[in-house]
Structures are given as structure tokens and as C-alpha cells.
Write a protein that binds this ligand. Structure first.
Ligand code: PMP
Length: 547
């Protein structure tokens, strides 16, 4: 029997009551960040209204209060992940910074040319790029553990790949794309056998599983508060005390020192040695409420999330065009898929019209995408505040979008729109729903560029999905641009931008007030910053050409 009271849990999150595009918010992007319960919001506010002062520095009451709350949270984290001592808990600004600290602080002192760093094929960029940087600095070599067809790390090659040459093994506890629990116990054990250290990226695991770092026996375990109902800007670096003691600090500054003179500086003890400067005190204090919150609910959450996962998977399989990116079920409610003949960005922007937030793109895992021969995918990541009704609504909308996109009218001529036509079209469109439909329609009806014209030279950098721009200029200096993208929504935006610039000479192109045009269309405020930047990248490219 599942005793989880979803309604009571959900009630804790004020943001879940808001509307997006006039629809109740359905938030399925918890892998990116979770929403925050009222107790975390209250604690944040309490800190700034009653306790705010810098920590560890002054001898006044407020500083003592702030320091107490700050250090209490460290104790809470130590207990939460079963570390041996508070000296093993370092505050950072997130998983990414935690890994960078390990790579630079441990890596630069301990790696040399020819040493091997073993990563896995399913790592987030945060667990790849810091290692590439230190590999370049030291001459170490990166090796990659492959995956099986169903998205598991291939256990048959663990012993073969992790050898005496290996100095560090870095692995996600759970992949942010595959939702799979990786065999970290085996990896940690093998790393120990060959005297390599192990770094576990717990960013996705921490909200879904109890973590016991002592039992795991890893050297480092890192995660972010914001993925477990806590604030952004707070991360945790757990490291074994003995290892941390041997490591040099990553950054220098206030708080991380014992004594400073121009001749010599001595460093502070753990954990402060790694905490230069003023930390995110309010964030850490508020994080304490998130830990308590998660502990209060955790026994019931796992079972409920499993039920959500099974329900969602079963519903998704009713849509024949959906293809999971790997075979088999994920271990946490995080599902990645693609839809035949539909671009990921088109689906995600269309769902947004219905108030549904899901993620599309490469999910900061480009090597994994390349391995799976994908340019990107869609990801839904659920939390215990999500409901079966939300899944029903999502499936209903998804089905509608797939069929609607297929049924957008095919116009015969669409490549000669004028900016005035577009403004008039958009003035008739009702709400973002109507405008989005117009964009998709323009995109559907834009003639595709010949494949040979979609090349490196015509590629517009700064766009979220691939987009290409080519042009002709006649003897009178009049420009005609033609563009294309693999996503309909971007093709639609291209039509809109080019309507402003086509059949104009350079002087007219530069004189055109594009911001006012976007304002008239009511466009930019509805686009995510990355898509907005993409539109600006197109504009910039046009202006560059017409220079
Ligand atoms: N690793 C994994 C597996 C993640 O999912 C994420 C966040 N998407 C990160 C690392 C980076 O976390 P942050 O942005 O909080 O530093």
C-alpha cells in the first residue's frame, strides 16, 4: 500500500499553483532543477530578515547566529550522506564546481603524462570538461567506459578499462539522460584494486535515493542542493578527510587561510581550506530546510515516484511515434525519447503552449548523444509532486500536438512574406497559443534549402538547433536571404526575421528597427533566452553579411 499523500506534498510548493500561458503549470523538468517548498522559501527569507551577517568573521550576535545556522547545515549534510566528519563536507556552488575543485586541486598535483582518467559514455559535461582541462595541463589521457544497448555501463569491460594506469575514475551515480543507476559499487571496488580514486557525480541520485558515502566507499561524492528541493547556488563536495588533507586549495582568499604574510601563507584546516571568500550563506541555511523536508517525506516518495514512472511509460507507449532512446526501463522517473518525424524543439515549445515544461536538446551530454546517434532528445523528469492526472494531460496534449503538427495547412507559396504581412498576421493571433501556431505554420511552409547549401559556411552559430543562412545580392545591391533549420519553430522564426530584411539594400537592413518589429509581434518575451539569443544570432548574421 502506498501511504504517500501526494496532495499534501504538492501543497508545499507554491509555484505549482501558477499558470503558464493561461494553463496550470505542469512541471516535468525536475532533472534540471526541482521546485522549492514553502519551508525552504521561508528559511531563505528568515535568514535575510533575521540572521544576515557574514560567517566565521565577527564577534557580534548576528554573525554568531549566521555561523551557527551555516555550520548546523553542514552537520545535517554530514548525517544525510553518512560521512564520517564535517571536515569532509565542503560547500561549493554546485556539482559542477565540486568536480572542478577535484580536477584542479587533486588532479594537477597527482596526474602526470600517460596517467589515465576513466570516464563513462553517459557523463554530463560537468564530469567531462573539467577532466579534459586537467588532462591537457598534465598530459593525462581520458578513457571512456562504453554502454550496452540498454544504456548500462558495460560491466564486462570495467576490469579491462580500469587498470594500473588509471589514476581516477569518474562516474555519474545516475545518468541525467538515461535515468539509470550505474554500477558504481563495482566501479569503486575496481578503482580501489588499482589504487585509483573514485569520483561519483550524485546530481541526479540525491533526490531519489538514500546515500551512504561510507558504505559506498567512494573517495568523492558530489551533488547540488537545487536538485533536491533546495536553493540554487549551493553544492556539496564530499571527500574523504585523508585525501582532502593532502590536497592543495583550489582558490585562495579570505577564510581559507590561517596566517598570511607576503613571504608565506598557511592554509586553514578542513573544510575551510577549500572555501575561499564569502559563501552562499542564505542558500546553505535554506538548504537545511530542504534536507529536513526530504527526510520527512523520503520513505514514501520512492514508491510513489516508481508508480508515476510506470504509469508514464505505459502511457507513452500508446503513442506509436515515440521511440525511447535506449531499451528497457529507467530506474528513476526520468524518461528520454524522440518522436518520429518531429523535432524535439518543436514538441517542447508546443507543450509549453499548454503550460507543460519539459526539456529538449542534448542535455549537456553531447558525447552520449553522439554515441546514440542523436542530435538531441526530449526528457521528462518527474517528482513526487507530479500527479497521474498531469501525466494524462501531458499525453493528451502530446498526442494533439503530433496530430496537429501533421495537419498544419500546406501553403503553396510562403517564401516572400513582408514584415507588414507578418505583423498583420500576428496581430490577429490570439495569445501565445495563436502566435506559436503561426510560427509553426510559417516554419512548416518554408521551402527547405538544398542539402549541399546546408554546410559549415552557412551554419548560424548561437542557434539552439541547426540553422543555415545563404544569400544572393543583385547588381543594385539588393539582398535576398534564404534560410533553413531542422526545427519547424526555428524555421518559422527565420521566416519572420527574413521578412524584415529581404529585398533591401545594406543601408535599409541596418536601418530597420528589428527590436520594435519583435515588440510589435509580441515575440521575444515568449521565447526562452536561448531561443531569443538564437533569433538575435540570425539578425546579427544578416547584418554582418550586409556590412
Ligand atoms: N551532473 C549531472 C548528472 C547533472 O544532471 C547535472 C545537472 N544537470 C550536473 C552534473 C551539473 O549540476 P549543476 O549545474 O548543479 O552544477
Amino acid at each position: 500500500m502506498n501511504s504517500f499523500d501526494n496532495a499534501a506534498f504538492r501543497e508545499q510548493f507554491p509555484i505549482l499553483k501558477i499558470k503558464v500561458n493561461q494553463q496550470p503549470l505542469v512541471y516535468f523538468d525536475n532533472g534540471a532543477t526541482t521546485q522549492k517548498p514553502q519551508c525552504v522559501i521561508d528559511k531563505y527569507q528568515m535568514f535575510y530578515s533575521q540572521e544576515n551577517a557574514n560567517v566565521h568573521r565577527a564577534s557580534h550576535t548576528l554573525s554568531a547566529l549566521a555561523t551557527h545556522s551555516f555550520e548546523q547545515t553542514r552537520k545535517q549534510v554530514k548525517n544525510f550522506i553518512q560521512a564520517s566528519s564535517i571536515k569532509e563536507i565542503i560547500w561549493t556552488k554546485g556539482t559542477t564546481e565540486s568536480i572542478n575543485i577535484i580536477a584542479q586541486s587533486w588532479g594537477r598535483d597527482n596526474l602526470k603524462a600517460g596517467d589515465e582518467i576513466v570516464l563513462t559514455q553517459c557523463e554530463h559535461h560537468a564530469n567531462i570538461v573539467p577532466w579534459q582541462i586537467v588532462a591537457k595541463q598534465t598530459g593525462a589521457i581520458i578513457k571512456v567506459l562504453p554502454l550496452t544497448a540498454d544504456g548500462f555501463i558495460d560491466q564486462l569491460v570495467i576490469n579491462e578499462m580500469i587498470t594500473e594506469k588509471t589514476k581516477v575514475v569518474c562516474c555519474a551515480h545516475i545518468s541525467n539522460v538515461l535515468g539509470r543507476i550505474n554500477p558504481i559499487e563495482k566501479i569503486i571496488a575496481r578503482a580501489k584494486q588499482v589504487n585509483a580514486i573514485s569520483v561519483i557525480d550524485g546530481a541526479q541520485a540525491i533526490a531519489h535515493q538514500p546515500i551512504n558515502v561510507k558504505e559506498l566507499g567512494c573517495d568523492f561524492y558530489v551533488f547540488s542542493a537545487h536538485k533536491m528541493y533546495g536553493p540554487t547556488g549551493v553544492g556539496i563536495l564530499y571527500g574523504r578527510e585523508e585525501l582532502l588533507n593532502r590536497m592543495s586549495p583550489y582558490q585562495g582568499g579570505g577564510e581559507m587561510i590561517k596566517t598570511v604574510s607576503f613571504a608565506q601563507t598557511t592554509f586553514n584546516d578542513l573544510p575551510f581550506k577549500f572555501e575561499a571568500g564569502t559563501p552562499n550563506i542564505a542558500g546553505v541555511v535554506a538548504f537545511s530546510a530542504a534536507i529536513s523536508f526530504l527526510q520527512d517525506w523520503s520513505s514514501d516518495i520512492e514508491n510513489y515516484e516508481q508508480k508515476l514512472l510506470e504509469y508514464c511509460l505505459a502511457k507513452l507507449t500508446t503513442i506509436s511515434q515515440i521511440k525511447m532512446i535506449v531499451e528497457g526501463e529507467p530506474d528513476i522517473p526520468l524518461i528520454s525519447f524522440v518522436i518520429d518525424d518531429h523535432h524535439n524543439h518543436d514538441i517542447a515549445t508546443s507543450l509549453n503552449v499548454y503550460g507543460i515544461a519539459i526539456r529538449s536538446g542534448h542535455h549537456c551530454a553531447m558525447p552520449l548523444m553522439a554515441y546514440l546517434k542523436l542530435t538531441g532528445c526530449l526528457r521528462i523528469s518527474l517528482s513526487a509532486y507530479n500527479t497521474f492526472e498531469e501525466i494524462d494531460y501531458f499525453i493528451e496534449c502530446l498526442d494533439k500536438i503530433i496530430n496537429q503538427e501533421d495537419s498544419l495547412p500546406q501553403l503553396t507559396e510562403n517564401n516572400n512574406q513582408l514584415s507588414d504581412d507578418i505583423v498583420s498576421l500576428f496581430s490577429k493571433a490570439k495569445g501565445w497559443d495563436g502566435k506559436h501556431r503561426e510560427i509553426m505554420m510559417l516554419g512548416k511552409n518554408l521551402n527547405r534549402l538544398n542539402k549541399d547549401r546546408r554546410n559549415e559556411k552557412s551554419l548560424i552559430s548561437g542557434c539552439e538547433s541547426l540553422a543555415w543562412l545563404v544569400f544572393d545580392k543583385n547588381n543594385d545591391g539588393v539582398y535576398r536571404f534564404t534560410a533553413d533549420s531542422d526545427a519547424k519553430v526555428i524555421r518559422g522564426l527565420l521566416v519572420i526575421v527574413l521578412a524584415a530584411f529581404n529585398d533591401k539594400i545594406a543601408k535599409e537592413i541596418h536601418a530597420f528597427d528589428i527590436e520594435r518589429y519583435f515588440e510589435q509581434l509580441g515575440l521575444i518575451q515568449h521565447l526562452s533566452p536561448s531561443r531569443g539569443n538564437g533569433v538575435h544570432a540570425i539578425v546579427q548574421r544578416v547584418r554582418q553579411i550586409a556590412r
